[in-house]
Design a protein around this ligand. Structure first.
Ligand code: DP6
Length: 391
């Protein structure tokens, strides 16, 4: 019997992946760029155990057994890893041994925080450690077949998923643009919006967009290629102004495509739209971009902000979106917020902001750019069992 445990990060797209040109191979219609978030705050953790005595492959997700069906994305990832193991002549574990796979997220799946990206990246990375396969572009093509956005979670920092042109998808790979150390003060506040509505899953939503939206064609041909180049330039030169503008515009265009889908996919809610107007108002008062929002296929906001501006942005958020839970221990999660002195000149800029909504968020997570997946040592993997789960 042999066992490995790994953690893998969540990534949040700055230029969104939306639409496939091949459903099974998960080949996208456009390139995308994301930032990987630190695993200290949000991560998936997977333990894979191989044994010659196991009778069949089994998998548990957050403690509940999930089917290991023929033809499923899970099965496809496993087959692809086996193919690579055989091709590389890996001797560590026989591919004939069956597996037991247990995966947990340290954040609620229901919060809609890119859990499939972290989950599949963690599965594929753990399998690669089990069979002794190197992390390279080819491995990203395997994670991609679990969930498209998962290929970007195999690297830390800033990552581009290249759409590729080949029919077999071998050139549809993720590559790191810059490691997290390149821009370590890039932080994120995740505003987890109170919302119980069930969203159209991304897979289904993007299928409908490709079929019915005319705007998506314009986006793919005329908009994304330039944005990719501009954003790469902004990251290379630590240009937060360009970074913020492209990120917000791309989030808006993705949701415009979602609405142009027929029937429409509505992911943002009233609170999300209030966050958008707040960020624009806030940036205007500050005289330049101090925060940038982005929304995935759900109502939660990710606000990108440089470390030095986090305390002030958070004060403004709490002024405009006051919460009865704000004094409780679990409302503000993640990295501590540093106290800052002499902020009177800054306070004056937000004192007159109006309240937009009360008790609009379940909680706020403060995190930052982080590293890619890693294998845990025996002690560490036990410790991480104590990861905080949803309250
Ligand atoms: C809006 O990767 O979840 O988060 O490939 O069908 O599993 P599948 O979709 P998924 O879609 C993510 C969509 C997005 C944008 C992004 O992460 O780029």
């Amino acid at each position: 019997m042999i066992s490995v445990t790994c953690v893998a990060p969540v990534n949040i797209a700055l230029i969104k992946y939306w639409g496939k040109r091949h459903e099974d191979l998960i080949l996208p219609v456009n390139d995308s760029i994301s930032m990987t978030l630190s695993t200290d705050e949000l991560c998936a953790k997977t333990t894979v155990t191989a044994s010659e005595t196991f009778e069949r492959n089994r998998m548990w997700l957050n403690g509940e057994e999930v089917p290991f069906e023929e033809g499923s994305r899970l099965q496809r990832c496993l087959k692809e890893v086996h193919r690579l193991a055989v091709a590389k002549g890996s001797q560590k574990v026989s591919p004939s041994w069956k597996l037991h796979i247990a995966s947990v997220n340290n954040f609620p799946t229901a919060a809609g925080l890119a859990s499939s990206a972290a989950g599949y990246a963690c599965l594929v990375y753990s399998l690669s450690r089990l069979y002794d396969i190197p992390l390279n572009e080819e491995l990203t093509t395997v994670a991609r077949q679990g969930s498209g956005s998962a290929c970007r979670s195999l690297y830390g920092g800033f990552v581009q998923w290249h759409r590729g042109a080949l029919d077999d998808g071998s050139d549809s790979v993720a590559k790191q643009i810059a490691p997290s150390a390149h821009w370590p003060d890039m932080h994120v506040l995740i505003l987890v919006v109170n919302d119980a509505r069930k969203k159209t899953a991304s897979t289904k939503g993007m299928q409908q967009s490709v079929k019915t939206s005319q705007l998506i064609k314009h986006r793919v041909d005329q908009v994304v290629p330039d944005r990719i180049n501009q954003l790469r330039g902004a990251i290379a030169s630590h240009d937060f102004q360009t970074f913020a503008e492209i990120t917000m515009k791309d989030s808006n265009q993705f949701h415009a495509v979602a609405l142009d889908t027929y029937p429409p996919c509505v992911y943002m809610n009233d609170v999300s739209h209030r966050i958008v107007s707040f960020v624009h108002e806030y940036n205007e008062r500050m005289g330049s971009y101090h925060a940038a929002y982005t929304f995935d296929a759900g109502p939660n906001a990710c606000l990108y902000v440089l470390a030095e501006n986090v305390p002030h942005l958070l004060s403004a958020v709490q002024r405009v979106f006051p919460n009865d839970l704000a004094d409780g221990g679990t409302y503000l999660r993640g990295l501590p917020i540093p106290k800052v002195e002499n902020t009177e000149h800054l306070s004056s800029k937000i004192d007159s902001l109006d309240v937009h909504a009360k008790n609009a968020f379940r909680y706020i997570i403060h995190t930052k750019v982080g590293e890619g997946p890693r294998e845990l040592g025996a002690d560490e993997s036990l410790l991480l069992n104590g990861l905080p789960l949803e309250h």
